[in-house]
Ligand binder design. Structure first.
Ligand SMILES: C[S@@+](CC[C@H](N)C(=O)[O-])C[C@H]1O[C@@H](n2cnc3c(N)ncnc32)[C@H](O)[C@@H]1O
Length: 265
């Protein structure tokens, strides 16, 4: 396994899958590739590259392995703009507390985005009870989420003001989420296939870009599991490329169909 062979593979990944390997830590790419090598019985990068180039199904499988935890701050700006300008102010007009579940939170950018939005809305009003439950099945991703340490490139969707208010720059140049954001979030491991909600009385559930490996039945079961966990008129926010199937659309009504935001019927 030479570095030259590994570099050759990353060039093929970039050319064929359009994934820029330079955006990730080399260790991360290596771990995911090694896992595919183990599964496919390839013993070195050269053999794996040949297999990857000649096998269509492996291209999809490696893409999935590489993007499984991919997320970012303000992923889909239009969605979070609606959360900021309409959804959260509407909830706060009616009561003094908000409970949100970020289901499948990966490395934390989604729950921290919510925390930033809420902080920016509230500024000095600290008498409100805000809880964001952030869960994922992947322990490694969750540990990164709890640490809340990101490199500058990850923060590109945030304004300079938001970075200053909500992050401390560390000696190694990275940025660490400030305690006032972390305090709002309860991270825990949770399997969405378990059919149990992590909590109830929720105002908003975000479950975005999580269900790519789920069958239709598992996706529908998920929508059915979220329904009783939401408060009346609570919001269910899906990923932009995900769909509410006919079988469960009796449970929710569109709030903004384009942005895949629904409310509980
Ligand atoms: C692509 S990330 C999405 C992160 C974030 N929601 C976003 O939209 O940017 C998908 C996450 O779903 C998690 N996931 C996949 N299957 C899951 C399951 N059964 N239960 C909980 N989390 C799951 C993965 O571990 C991964 O971190």
């Amino acid at each position: 396994m030479t570095d030259k062979d590994f570099q050759g593979l990353t060039r093929s990944i970039e050319r064929i899958l359009g994934i820029q390997c330079g955006c990730y830590k080399e260790d991360y790419i290596k771990r995911r590739v090694l896992s595919r090598m183990r599964i496919t019985g390839k013993e070195n990068y050269k053999d794996y590259t040949t297999y990857f180039l000649s096998t269509e199904s492996e291209k999809d499988l490696l893409r999935n392995a590489l993007t499984i935890n991919v997320t970012k701050f303000y992923r889909d700006k239009e969605v979070f703009d609606l959360v900021k300008t309409n959804i959260i102010p509407d909830i706060l007009r009616k009561k003094g507390r908000i409970r949100i579940w970020s289901a499948g939170c990966a490395t934390g950018e989604e729950p921290y985005t919510l925390s930033i939005i809420i902080n920016d809305i509230l500024r000095l009003k600290s008498d409100l009870q805000i809880t964001i439950f952030a869960t994922d099945i992947d322990r490694e991703a969750l540990n990164k989420a709890k640490d809340g340490i990101y490199d500058k490139r990850s923060l590109e969707n945030l304004s300079e003001g938001q970075i200053k208010r909500h992050f401390n720059q560390r000696d190694d140049g990275k940025f660490e989420v400030k305690p006032h954001l972390k305090e709002m979030i309860k991270f825990s491991q949770h399997d969405l296939m378990s059919q149990k909600a992590v909590t109830n009385y929720l105002d908003i559930i975000l479950c975005r870009n999580v269900t790519i490996y789920f069958t239709e039945k598992q996706k529908n079961d998920l929508a059915r599991m979220f329904h009783p966990a939401l408060l009346p008129n609570g919001f269910y926010i899906m990923g932009k490329t995900e769909f509410m199937s006919r079988e469960v659309e009796n449970l929710y009504e569109p709030y903004n169909a384009l942005q895949k935001i629904y409310t509980k019927k």
